[in-house]
Design a protein around this ligand. Structure first.
Ligand code: NAD
Length: 352
């Protein structure tokens, strides 16, 4: 076995159906007495229910979280936290809400307690992103990693089947790219495989019956593991492409990951045979790219960039942007092959 460095993220995780009942204990363990609850406008009711559990230990609810953390939203939330003298940010929601908590923590070092309700995995990473003047700047900072994460599958029951499918594929993307990361190690690869396996088992159950709590538990467990992989090792072509497509063409985050994933994996197929074997095994397929494509179809998830709002005339610019600023990928970036990849993804063809 070759030498490696494993960076375990130091969050405390409380997992299980009904785990939310431990919220007060967890807030106490953090030493917090004045939590500010964060959520999107769509999850206001859920957030108020969480706030009600805390009674006097909750000083307010900021319900304006939106995708990609616009700087104005971050400023408004930071001001509210300061004004209310909050000593903890409690994020109830998906990656957008956790992202807002991170924007607050980045400036104030407030501890974050995250209660994830999607499978995006942001709660397991020290990665933050803030959008200013149309540009999303991302970075890593230990201060933004949540101190405590409560995974309660009952809170994901309201996540619609379509969103569950794409959010789950987003999680799988972290794990599959983690398998061929430059800094991959045996521990992250075990986490990645187990995460893929759990989601590949759980997602079809959740999509056919969103109230299937066992299926929901499998998915949330898988999302946790996949998020840990994202937090521990570097990502490659797939994440770069999705970041570019989301940022420059305003495409929806989880849907973009879902459409691009089989194609990006097919692109890297020959350059990363060991990772492909592990991913295929976890998916229960003969080939990783084909297995991902078939899983997405089975989940009735979108399969073309055209269907999620991209214009065909933007494909050449997307290729140029993907070629900018060199980054690690197991297969070198070849403009003609990237063009082919994006054409296939645009039209919803099977992966090459
Ligand atoms: P999201 O947080 O934007 O949620 C999508 C929608 O679903 C929102 O309206 C939300 O309120 C709603 N929703 C969430 N959970 C629900 C539930 N259980 N029931 C009903 N509705 C629910 O989407 P997301 O995909 O979780 O997050 C995407 C964002 O997270 C992107 O900005 C992405 O860049 C970021 N992200 C960051 C990291 C990181 O490590 N920093 C990792 C993954 C994603």
């Amino acid at each position: 076995m070759r030498e490696f460095v494993y960076i375990g993220q130091p969050a405390r995780v409380v997992f299980g159906v009904g785990a939310l009942q431990h919220l007060e204990r967890e807030i106490e363990l953090l030493g917090a007495e004045r939590a500010l609850v964060l959520c999107t406008p769509q999850q206001k009711d859920q957030a108020h229910e969480v706030a009600a559990r805390l009674g006097a230990r909750c000083v307010g609810v900021f319900d304006q979280a939106v995708m990609h953390v616009p700087i104005d939203t971050a400023r408004a939330a930071r001001e509210q936290a300061k004004r209310l003298n909050a000593d903890c940010a409690l994020a109830v929601g998906g990656g957008s809400t956790t992202g807002l908590g991170k924007a607050i923590a980045l400036e104030s070092s407030l501890p974050i307690l995250a209660i994830p309700t999607t499978y995006a995995g942001s709660e397991m990473t020290p990665i933050y992103g803030i959008t200013e003047a149309g540009l999303k700047k991302t970075g890593r900072d230990a201060r933004v990693l949540p101190k405590t994460v409560i995974y309660d599958p009952t809170l994901t029951l309201g996540l619609p089947a379509a969103l569950s499918a794409t959010s789950g594929m987003n999680a799988i993307a972290h794990a599959v790219e983690g398998l061929y990361a430059q800094d991959a190690n045996p521990i992250t690869s075990v986490l990645a495989q187990e995460g893929i396996r759990a989601l590949a088992r759980g997602l079809p159950r959740v999509v056919s019956d969103p109230s299937d709590l066992e299926g929901r538990s499998e998915c949330l467990y898988g999302a946790w593991l996949c998020g840990s992989v994202l937090g521990s090792v570097g990502m490659a072509l797939h994440h770069k492409l999705c970041h570019t497509l989301g940022g420059s063409f305003n495409l929806p985050h989880a849907e973009t990951h879902t459409v691009v994933l089989p194609h990006a994996i097919a692109y890297n197929r020959i350059a990363a045979p060991q990772a492909m074997r592990l991913a295929a095994e976890a998916l229960g397929a003969d080939d990783a790219a084909r297995g991902l494509y078939e899983l997405a179809r089975r989940l009735r998830a979108p399969d073309s960039l055209r269907d999620i709002g991209m214009r065909e005339s933007d494909v050449p610019r997307a290729v140029d942007l993907a070629m900018l600023s060199p980054y690690y990928n197991p297969r070198p970036l070849e403009p003609a092959a990237i063009r082919k990849l994006l054409d296939n993804a645009y039209h919803g063809r099977e992966p090459a």
